[in-house]
Design a protein. Structure first.
Lengths: 313, 330
């Protein structure tokens, strides 16, 4: 999700204004349309519902009847919570991957891989907005060009880089959390710098100049003025980046792998064993989904704002 | 317990070290004065970013191109082979299938995502505010689902058991009940690339909500007067949409299309988790993985990535050009 293209308007604000003038026209109940869209909504939910229902079924039940047959006979099925326990502990899965430990690994990867690129990008965006230096426009054009570079290009060269580093210093990098942090950070930088610079260039320059006159250094202005004022943009990108990293499989698998498998890797392991029962895969999927769903539902507004800023502005 | 502790230590440690880098840089530059100071100061802010971008994005591009020119022999030794990897790839029939699949993906998925997103946004816009919000949340929800979790949801829908066995996959449940015919191994049916289209459906399901949210915001930003004026002049709803609303949201449509296009070009997880590229569903992202991890052939794997980069170049050029035009207007 790293595209961008121009649009002169800020849809967020405009949407609020239009809302008022349109409600008058919306009074009609529109039963037909509601039914049609209702059916679409149900269809959209079916993949999740199927898995959710299955996650509470026993292995035998999940292997012998379709999940939809239980909807007519809610009390006839033997419901169980054991799948969640098994998936978390890794008890019955052949891979022995415990999603509880995967959960911790995902936290250890996702938190720094969200905070670090934000910090790096905020510093860089400040330089691009408020400082003068040679090749400023050129540097920024390169960053815009890097927005869409696929992560696959980095995998082999960075694995080699880490290996050379280990040979030179004796410090193991591949298989540790920082190995993934750095790659996630580097690939988040272009979009994050782009969004933050766009946001910072809307801040009042007079305020920053006044602080300069009062003798504040750029470092102080950055921490005391610009960062606090940029919180809305920082928050939107943080949510976005967190979901991205939490849901990533490839980078975590290649740079950390079996040394500390993250949730996505654990779930893929379960999926490979689905002949042992869909019920376990289903429970695993919902363990993987808990955090993103919570973040998403509670912070949906910021998330939408971040998307709009990244893609439309 | 021990794991929690080690997670805490690495997270706090990693963040602290990164912050200290900036503090250290600032301290060093703070000891200089005058013109040197003014000249060095921007690099306190930019330095770490430049290092990361050069070491992890720019240099790897050059290295990948170089590695793609190396051939690996049966003993795992590398030597310069010119374009040997590329000719070998392009003369393999299965690789040509892979390219065709990628082409199908980038033609079908962005178009479908935009059309569905536009349709849903336009229709939902006519409902009351409450129903609109509830409906949009449901369509948008898959945005938070990871590719791997989506793959497990949909593998379950497409699941196949031998005839006579109970069918637990929804699609075969419906198919056997409605048609009376035997169950179909959906993900193995490559006639007309049916299985690739079934995989595309998953990505459309994941991304339609994203398109809907952005397009809906753009539609709401269209001045009501322009639509009203068209209605007064006797335009039908359809005419009003295509002649008044569509031109005004064109940039957003392009932006959404490009974003999805890029996601789809490097698509990996869905295909990897659901079919592993078998049954003629292979795509470049999975081919890279197979060449590198299964065949231990970094040269060919890099050649696959170079092909991927070449495919992205037009988009990069477009992005930089749009950015320059925008800057000129500032």
């Amino acid at each position: 999700m790293t595209g961008l293209a121009p649009a002169a308007t800020t849809p967020d604000l405009a949407a609020g204004r239009e809302q008022v003038s349109r409600t008058a026209r919306r009074e009609r109940p529109r039963v037909g349309l509601t039914v049609v869209l209702g059916i679409v909504a149900v269809l959209w939910m079916v993949p999740a519902i199927g898995l959710f229902v299955t996650s509470f079924r026993t292995t035998t039940a999940a292997q012998t009847t379709g999940w939809w047959t239980t909807l007519g006979d809610l009390f006839g099925d033997a419901w169980t919570l054991q799948n969640y326990g098994d998936a978390l502990s890794g008890a019955t899965s052949g891979t022995g991957v415990s999603l509880a430990s995967g959960f911790l690994n995902s936290v250890a990867v996702a938190v720094p891989a969200t905070v670090l690129p934000l910090m790096f990008s905020a510093f860089a965006a400040y330089a691009f907005t408020f400082l003068e230096f040679r090749f400023k426009e050129g540097f920024f054009a390169v960053i815009v060009g890097l927005l869409v570079v696929p992560v696959q290009i980095a995998l082999i060269p960075v694995l080699n880089l880490y290996r050379e580093f280990t040979e030179a210093t004796g410090i193991q990098v591949t298989g540790t959390y920082p190995a993934a942090w750095i790659v996630h950070s580097a690939f988040a930088l272009p979009l994050c710098i782009f969004i933050l610079r766009n946001y910072m260039s809307t801040l009042p320059v007079a305020l920053i100049e006044a602080a300069r006159v009062d003798g504040a250094s750029h470092f102080q202005i950055f921490w005391r003025l610009v960062v606090p004022m940029s919180v809305p943009a920082l928050a939107s990108f943080a949510i976005f980046q967190f979901l991205w990293v939490w849901n990533d499989y490839l980078v975590a698998y290649i740079f950390i792998g079996n040394a500390a498998p993250v949730l996505q890797q654990g779930l893929l392991g379960l999926l490979g064993q689905y002949n042992q029962g869909w019920n376990l895969v289903a429970a695993g999927s919902f363990i993987v989904l808990v955090v993103p769903l919570f973040v998403f539902l509670s912070l949906q507004r910021f998330f939408v704002r971040g998307l709009t800023a990244g893609s439309v502005k | 317990m021990q794991q929690i502790l080690s997670v805490l230590v690495s997270v706090v440690g990693g963040l602290a070290v990164s912050f200290l880098i900036y503090l250290g840089l600032n301290w060093v530059v703070g000891r200089t004065t005058g013109r040197t100071h003014a000249r060095l100061l921007p690099y306190v802010f930019l330095g770490p970013v430049l290092v990361l971008l050069v070491a992890f994005l720019l240099v790897p591009v050059a290295q990948t191109v170089w590695t793609s020119l190396q051939v690996t022999d049966q003993y795992g030794l590398e030597s310069f082979g010119g374009l040997a990897n590329y000719t070998s790839l392009f003369t393999t029939p299965s690789f040509v299938d892979t390219l065709i699949n990628n082409l199908l993906w980038i033609l079908v998925v962005p178009a479908l995502v935009v059309v569905i997103g536009l349709l849903v946004a336009t229709l939902a816009d006519r409902l009351g505010a409450k129903r609109e919000k509830a409906f949009k949340t449901i369509i948008f929800l898959p945005m938070s689902v990871s590719f791997i979790a989506a793959a497990s949801m949909w593998t379950f829908i497409y699941a196949y058991n031998a005839p006579g066995q109970p069918q637990v996959g929804l699609l075969n449940g419906i198919w056997t009940a409605v048609s009376g015919a035997g169950p179909v191994p959906w993900l193995q049916e490559d006639g007309f690339r049916l299985n690739s289209f079934l995989l595309m459906a998953v990505v459309v399901w994941l991304n339609a909500g994203y398109a809907m949210v952005l397009l809906s915001a753009a539609i709401k930003a269209v001045p009501e007067e322009t639509v009203e004026a068209a209605r007064i002049d006797g335009a039908t709803e359809r005419q009003a949409f295509f002649s008044v609303i569509a031109p005004q949201i064109r940039t957003t449509i392009v932006a959404v299309g490009i974003t999805v296009l890029i996601t789809v070009m490097k698509i990996f997880d869905i295909v990897f988790a659901m079919t592993n590229g078998q049954f003629t569903t292979n795509v470049l992202g999975v081919e890279f993985y197979t060449q590198f991890f299964s065949f231990n052939d970094p040269g060919k794997a890099s050649a696959v990535v170079v092909i991927l980069i070449l495919a992205v170049v037009p988009v990069i050029v477009y992005q930089v050009r749009t950015y320059r035009e925008q800057e000129a207007l500032r």
